[in-house]
Design a protein. Structure first.
Ligand code: NAP
Ligand code: MG
Length: 402
């Protein structure tokens, strides 16, 4: 069989620990035997980020803007312990945060459904994708612990010096205060990323806020979404037969539980944080999730939702056997290769991605899985494989599919 040719390279962002080990296994066993892989390689492993003063992270994000598609391995976000462990010059920022700031994106997370891993919500038949706004609100807040009686005001001073002033509360004792913000630019790009993702995946888009209580703040989110939908996306939605649906967050929660899934749920930053953990847990766990950062500039970055699986890596270093689930990382590769195939009009590449995803699912459904999957699967006698043998089992399933 001749290998599938690529036209434009993928931006490949290598990472850390156990996922870096899986990364190489996936390339060797599942990608390069079949695809004449073209990538522009960036080593985001912590050692190399430190050597380049984190310039490599910035360069990889710039390359993603240039080429349009990236695949990223999980990376360590350093804390004090990592600064010691890797003898770092600085506690470098989270690579995901750096990349997001450059690409201005929204993160979409979707569970990978497999027979035998049953969602806790029994009527969920199709995946629910959470689209989380990743800027502002309580994540960029200013807080005061109010010591005693006094007046709290909200003051905005315009560039020309004019003021808008509102009383928040007249305190007659101690209390707490919090100031939050968002920007029209960020909300607009969030909404465009959501509408574009709905069009790309041909799914309905739900959006929810608490605009009845927050008549200016949340209402602005609602208005911006509606305006951008009407102006830029309504025609495409009608053509595809998909729907944009706005409802209050509490109504959305009730409807999500009653639904059978199969839609995208756009959430403000805090709602997305909370609801994505609820949805991920209800479907299984993070190692069975797809995750993609979609930039309104038309760039896509595919990754696994979980971290570098440090505990397994230390076992691996000691020469002990690991049984780490590579499915989320494989789906990062297939997502990126499929997108490259779509953009560059290479049908074989899209078919390859479809077939490899099918092979992952079939392997688990045939009872061959990692230890972590066996714990959440209803399969009676699962064959538990180590990290490499699981990837090899996927390869032999892949070869058996026509
Ligand atoms: P983690 O990598 O998410 O793993 C936590 C635990 O979840 C593991 O110990 C393992 O449980 C289980 N697990 C996660 N993924 C698994 C998989 N693919 N297969 C089997 N089990 C899996 O979190 P962590 O080990 O606490 O964090 C390690 C590093 O990841 C941190 O330095 C953090 O900064 C980084 N991180 C990166 C990203 C990213 O790049 N996107 C995201 C989150 C965290 P058992 O040990 O019980 O088997
Ligand atoms: Mg969270």
């Amino acid at each position: 069989m001749s290998k599938i040719e690529m036209k434009i390279p993928l931006v490949e962002m290598d990472g850390d620990e156990m996922t870096r080990i899986l990364w190489q296994m996936i390339k060797d066993e599942l990608i390069t035997p079949y695809v004449d892989l073209k990538t522009e390689y960036y080593d985001l492993g912590l050692k190399h980020r430190n050597e380049t003063d984190d310039q490599v992270t910035v360069d990889s994000a710039e390359a993603t803007k240039k080429y349009g598609v990236a695949v990223k391995c999980a990376t360590i976000t350093p804390n004090a312990a990592r600064v010691m462990e890797y003898d770092l010059k600085e506690m470098w920022k989270s690579p995901n945060a750096t990349i997001r700031a450059i690409l201005d994106g929204t993160v979409f997370r979707e569970p990978i459904l497999v027979n035998g891993i049953v969602p806790y919500v029994s009527n969920w038949k199709k995946p629910i994708t959470i689209a989380r706004h990743a800027y502002g609100d309580v994540y960029k807040n200013t807080e005061i612990k109010v010591p005693g009686p006094g007046k709290a005001e909200l003051v905005y001073t315009a560039a020309d010096g004019t003021e808008i002033r509102e009383t928040i509360h007249e305190f007659d004792g101690p209390g707490i205060l919090q100031g939050i913000h968002n920007t029209e630019a960020s909300i607009s790009s969030f909404s465009r990323a959501c509408f574009k993702y709905a069009v790309d995946t041909k799914q309905d888009l739900w959006f929810s806020t608490k605009d009845t209580i927050s008549k200016k703040y949340d209402h602005t989110f609602k208005d911006i979404f509606q305006e951008i939908y009407d102006k830029e996306f309504a025609d495409q939605f009608k053509e595809l037969g998909i729907e944009y649906f706005y409802t209050l967050i509490d109504d959305a929660v009730a409807r999500v539980i009653r639904s059978e899934g199969g839609f995208i749920w756009a959430c403000k930053n805090y709602d997305g944080d909370v609801m994505s953990d609820m949805v991920a847990t209800a479907y299984g766990d993070l190692s069975m999730m797809k995750s993609v950062l979609v930039s309104p500039k038309g760039a896509y970055e595919y990754e696994a939702a979980h971290g570098t699986v440090q505990r397994h890596y230390y076992k691996h270093l000691k020469g002990e056997e690991t049984s780490t689930n590579s499915i989320a990382t494989i789906f990062a590769w297939t997502g990126a290769l499929r997108k490259r195939g779509e953009l560059d009009d290479i049908k074989e590449l899209c078919q390859f991605a479809d077939r490899l995803e099918k092979a992952c699912i079939k392997t688990v459904e045939d009872g061959k899985m990692t230890k972590s999957l066996s714990l959440i699967s209803t399969c009676k006698d699962p064959v538990i494989l180590n990290s490499l043998d699981f990837i090899k089992a996927i390869r032999s399933t892949f070869d058996s599919l026509n």
